[in-house]
Design a protein around this ligand. Structure first.
Ligand SMILES: Nc1ncnc2c1ncn2[C@@H]1O[C@H](COP(=O)(O)OP(=O)(O)OP(=O)(O)O)[C@@H](O)[C@H]1O
Length: 330
């Protein structure tokens, strides 16, 4: 785990007891290990960053005059397959930065590229999925109906939609809940449905804005392990906004630390946790991803608690906390 100056290139409670979700006292979900990651050749796409944010400022006009400078001089590059968290004090512009990447707001100055295209074009090409703190499920659609929604909007056939929803619900451990209504699910289960929906169109980039913020601690830790597995299985690039230092460290290859408003990225902390999928292969241009066709087996189980109890984990948590303090954010 090392600190790197901001803007540098990347390496260049609701206790669920459903059949699809282990009980709280069940063994923690396995955490993928770097050495179990499917082998792959050099990835030419790795030359193009998944996300490149250059010289971005965001100023919001204020009613009655004046302006809020939310972000100033943001530089951030995210490699394909990388998991990057944004952390910083309340109001520092984390969500605004995520929304800029997702083309939900426009920069006042600077450039946002997603897989080499302007964010607007990347959005039109459906290059990303997004999930927020509130799952935002439609109460009048079943769980499968919610997952199918983006596919339905984009004219995918009913048969294909059904098959994809089944696949995704299995991925998030809710295979037995396809016909349930959102109100019949716990908060954690609803959030899994939201993540499944965000992944419906195979987006290469997943944008997550505090997806576990409303969950109790036990559920939250289990969801983190699930997300680590999903990321490993799908090879999706992830940007996560979180207030939780341990969550950022557990999940991320790098943690971008932001200053109080106007938000700037003041530090970027590399996280390398032995026994967990690390950043090194991403830097080598080998994306995380599912096994090659015909390849069987998944990651070898490494207990998530073991990862959270190792010295490297505490060292990274300390490094992020110190970076927050140094940036004036803690
Ligand atoms: N649409 C908007 N119009 C005006 N101001 C906005 C808008 N969106 C965000 N802001 C302002 O921009 C600043 C950054 O907000 P943002 O939600 O990005 O921060 P954040 O770091 O995600 O906060 P939190 O951690 O509390 O969720 C805040 O001062 C906020 O009031």
């Amino acid at each position: 785990m090392t600190a790197r100056p901001a803007g540098g290139p990347p390496g260049s409670s609701a206790v669920e007891t459903s059949p699809g979700a282990p009980a709280a006292d069940a063994p923690a979900a396995p955490v993928p290990r770097e050495e179990d990651r499917p082998a792959g050749g050099a990835n030419p796409a790795a030359a193009v960053p998944a996300v490149a944010v250059h010289g971005v400022d965001k100023v919001f006009p204020v009613a009655g005059g004046g302006a809020t400078v939310a972000l100033a001089g943001i530089e951030l590059t995210v490699a394909p397959g990388e998991f990057v968290s944004l952390i910083g004090p309340s109001g520092c512009g984390k969500s605004t930065l995520l929304r800029l990447v997702g083309d939900l707001v426009e920069p006042t100055r600077g450039e946002v590229l997603v897989f080499g295209e302007p964010a607007r074009a990347a959005r039109a090409a459906r290059r990303y999925g997004i999930a927020f703190q509130q799952a935002g499920l439609l109460e009048w659609r079943t769980v499968a109906g919610n997952v199918e929604l983006p596919l339905q909007v984009h004219g995918v056939s009913r048969k294909e939609r059904r098959a994809r929803a089944r696949e995704l619900l299995d991925l998030v451990g809710l295979g037995d809940f396809a016909g349930h209504w959102p109100a019949q699910l716990s908060g954690g289960m609803q959030q899994r449905v939201a993540i499944a929906r965000a992944l419906a169109e195979h987006p290469p980039l997943l944008l997550l804005d505090e997806p576990f913020g409303a969950l109790d601690e036990m559920t939250r830790e289990r969801m983190q392990s699930e997300l680590a597995r999903i990321r490993w299985e799908t090879g999706t690039t992830v940007i996560l906004v979180t207030h939780s230092i341990p969550e950022a460290v557990f999940l991320s290859d790098r943690v971008a630390v932001m200053s109080p408003r106007p938000g700037r990225i003041t530090d970027i902390i590399d996280v390398d946790l032995p026994g967990r999928l690390g950043a090194a292969r991403v830097g080598d241009g080998v994306p995380a991803g599912p096994a090659a066709p015909g390849e069987t087996g998944g990651p070898t189980a490494v207990d998530a608690d073991d990862v959270r109890e190792q010295a490297a984990f505490f060292a990274a948590v300390t490094a992020v906390r110190e970076a927050l303090r140094a940036g004036g954010g803690a």
